[in-house]
Structure formats: structure tokens, C-alpha cells
Design a protein around this ligand. Sequence first.
Ligand SMILES: C[S@@+](CC[C@H](N)C(=O)[O-])C[C@H]1O[C@@H](n2cnc3c(N)ncnc32)[C@H](O)[C@@H]1O
Length: 224
Amino acid sequence: MLNSKSSLRKTASVVRGSDVVATKKDWTGNNKSAFVCIGASNHTNGERETLDYYATEPKALELLLDLERFDKSIWECACGELHLSNVLERRGYNVRSSDIVDRLHNGKIETLDFLQYDGKWNGDIITNPPYSIATEFAQKALDVIQDGHRVAMFLKLTFLETYKRRVLFDKYPPKVIYVSTHRLQCAKNGEFKKYKSGTGTAIAYGWYIWEKGNTEPPVVRWFN
Ligand SMILES: C[S@@+](CC[C@H](N)C(=O)[O-])C[C@H]1O[C@@H](n2cnc3c(N)ncnc32)[C@H](O)[C@@H]1O
């Protein structure tokens, strides 16, 4: 069980895994931490869409699927407006798409709070989760799949930081981390057009791939 958000922000002093003593406070942002990019404000509340809805540039998944094979059954458990689900369907996967809110009302999205889900899933999970609760999403995804199955999450490279995530990585080391050589975009509210002619993005992303049962340290690769 992961610690609560408030307690994780306190100074940690715990020995884990390879005897690393975490004594530093996790960085939680400051009033100069807003990076202007495709409408995303990296660590401030002001600009952030309430449910953390930032759609993923579909190319990010196209490139991953050129490199990795997944189970035929995939669950996109925070599917937004189906940007990733549509790529998966085009590639022939059987896709379950759910989100806490149905933005499309086209009968394709199951309304479901993934963190409250208490069943199992016989397949793999691929998503870009709401970043503010991405650790909890990764933990939950790994809890619901079976050994040998995989979770792929599109996340900021800074997801590697913080004590909170260290606890997750100690329990579930990712198998591969694909760092994007060139910047890929996530667009607030799915408004890619609005930001196309903009200034690009200040956020570096990658794909984090877990295989349940893996205990080896992650391999870092590059794509894009
Ligand atoms: C960063 S967006 C990504 C959307 C989509 N996966 C994509 O890549 O285009 C995160 C999504 O998580 C959804 N979400 C937030 N909290 C959730 C929860 N507890 N359970 C399920 N979905 C949630 C939001 O509504 C939003 O659509």
C-alpha cells in the first residue's frame, strides 16, 4: 500500500532496496514552476484541467507499437477521447476503453473510476494516466493484471523522481523505459490544433513498460 499524499510530502527517512537512504523532501513545485507548453502548467493548479485531461499525440503509441508487442486484449483505463484506443483498434487489438467521465457519449466509453476498480483484468493495460495520481494508477494497474502481463504508461521523465515513486519502483521495477528522443505532445482538453503553431513543449515524456513479476532493473531505450 502506498503512503498518503500528505505523508509522502514529509521528509522521508527509510532504507529500501539497495540501502538508499531517502532523507530529502520531494520537490512539489513553487510559484515559478509553470512551464508554458501546449496549455499545460506543469506543477500549478491554475491552468490544470480538473481531471488532468491531456490527450496524447497518437504518434507516441504508433511508435511504441512498432517496437513492442502486447496481449491481444488491452485496457485503456483513462481513455479521454480515445486518442490511444483508436490507434490500438486500428492495429487490431481488442480494446476496453474506460474513463471516469464519458466525453464522447458514443457508446464506446465505459464510465469507471479506475482507482475504485476491485476486479482483475486478463490482458495488458496501456494508458496515459492523470499525472497527479499516476503513481496510484500504475500501482492499481499492476495489481489488477496477472503475472507475465504488461502495463505501458506514457509519463513525464520526471516520473522517475521522488520518494513516492521510489516505493513503487522498488516493488515493481519497470522492465523498459523508452525515452522519446524528440518531444511528443499532450494537449490540454485534446485541443491539438490550438497549440500546433505554438512554442512546442517543455515536457519530456517516455513510455514506462512494466511486466508483472519482473524483478530485474529497467533497461533504458530510446524511440522517436
Ligand atoms: C492525461 S489524460 C489522458 C487521456 C488518454 N489516456 C490519452 O492519452 O489521450 C487522463 C485521463 O484520466 C481520466 N481520469 C482522471 N481520473 C480518473 C480515474 N480516477 N479513473 C479513470 N479515469 C480518470 C481523465 O478524465 C482523463 O481523461
